[in-house]
Ligand binder design. Structure first.
Ligand code: FEO
Length: 407
């Protein structure tokens, strides 16, 4: 049975939802699933925009056959060759042997690496800015290297304003019947998964995202639909979406808030984290959250770091170093280019307390444009009643630092 949605006259979503996959890229949990979006345009020519992950192939093929309704497929445009989108391509190529494949040179190189068999006579290689007339549809292409792979590009259908944006503007979370941004409560139900996808998958490539946003500026007024490869199709409110992307891609916090992340073996460091959270809330500091890094998947931590202005890292000392899960979180922040944040540090140890110095050193020397507040709290095994003044001082320092920050 087909499961399709009409995007606009003659353009259909023919993708599929996946609730069976537990780890996206075999690393990021997706408890709310994910969608693989594929689209078909029916004009004088029929055009397929990207395919889907192998797990979703059967559904996409049924959808394609239904929408084509006996017509042949003329073109397949591959904007992104990563297997969560291109894995089903060979199946489509074999079923529709007359279809030509439109892609760029880097894309076709990847196709060869992945073992696709595409006869040279079927390939149409495009360069940036090329315009192809496919029947009554005019298509143009913008390259967006490293969003998320080097070959990635977007296709703009100049005839109906549909921008096929590949991974850009994509999101975790299955569509489950919905398709458009105005069919959901985005701020309540989608933004966290959207941010978690963006920051973990392409967070490292903020400058590349900014570059494609800039490159797209001259054609933005022609865009009526943003059709990504995962998640919602946007048909209005582009300003809101672009503002979010500009924040994430510039590593600027979305809001003032404090995220307290603790690594605690026996609950003592955890207690200090909770005590600080209570002090901050008493002082009226907004958006305070507390996370156990041992029990929170790092993709959620990364997403919240991109959201908030302040981060407190509270770690016990372990083997004279930083507790391993906290170190792993730091390494992830570095890998994903986290910057422009203010950090505070709480350290704990029963002898040779080292975690604070090591965390500060990491933040100062391995990450970019990070402010580390001087007011470090040091705990010897357990936070003492006599340390309340130190705790108050740290909470106040964080509050003042937030007050002075302009967002
Ligand atoms: Fe959804 Fe980079 O693939």
């Amino acid at each position: 049975m087909h499961v399709v949605r009409e995007v606009t006259d003659g353009l259909y979503w023919i993708g599929a939802n996946d609730h069976r996959l537990t780890l996206f890229e075999n690393i990021h949990p997706i408890p709310e699933g994910v969608s693989y979006n594929s689209y078909v345009s029916l004009g004088e020519k029929t055009i397929l925009f990207d395919t889907v992950d192998w797990d979703a192939c059967r559904q996409m093929l049924e959808n394609l056959e239904y929408v084509l309704d006996g017509r042949d497929l003329d073109y397949i445009i591959v904007n992104h060759w990563e297997p969560d989108h291109a894995a089903s391509l060979q199946e489509v190529l074999d079923r529709y042997p007359d279809a030509k494949v439109i892609g760029n040179l880097k894309g076709f190189q990847l196709a060869e690496q992945f073992g696709f068999h595409i006869d040279e006579s079927r390939k149409i290689t495009v360069n940036e800015g090329d315009v192809i007339e496919a029947g009554d549809h005019k298509l143009t292409f913008l390259f967006m290297p490293m969003v998320h792979w080097p070959e990635a590009m977007v296709t703009l259908d100049l005839s109906n304003g549909a921008l096929f944006s590949a991974d850009a503007f994509g999101s975790f979370k299955a569509l489950d019947g919905k398709l458009f941004n105005d069919e959901v409560n985005y701020d309540r139900d989608w933004i966290d998964e959207n941010r978690r996808y963006l920051t973990n998958i392409v967070g490292k490539y903020g400058p590349h995202i900014r570059s494609i946003l800039k490159k797209a500026e001259p054609v933005l007024d022609q865009v009526k639909f943003i059709c990504p490869l995962h998640g919602l199709v946007w048909r209005n409110d582009f300003g809101y979406l672009l503002d979010k992307y500009n924040h994430w891609a510039s590593y600027e916090p979305e809001e003032k808030g404090v995220m307290i992340c603790y690594a605690s073996m026996y609950g003592n460091t955890e207690q200090a984290a909770q005590a600080l959270a209570a002090k901050l809330c008493e002082l009226g500091v907004p958006n305070v959250s507390v996370h156990d890094v041992s029990n929170t998947h790092v993709s959620y931590l990364i997403s919240e770091v991109f959201q908030k202005s302040h981060v407190v890292l509270a770690s016990c000392t372990y083997n004279l170093g930083i507790f391993p899960v906290m170190l792993s979180f730091l390494e992830d922040m570095k890998a994903l280019n986290v910057q422009n944040r203010t950090f505070a540090v709480i350290e704990n140890g029963s002898w040779a307390i080292r975690s604070g110095d090591l965390i500060s050193d990491f933040l100062d020397n391995k990450m970019k444009t990070i402010t580390v507040l001087n007011d470090r709290l040091t705990i010897a095994s357990h936070l003492k009643e006599g340390q309340e003044e130190e705790l108050d001082s740290l909470a106040l320092t964080i509050k003042e630092s937030m007050r002075d920050q302009v967002l």
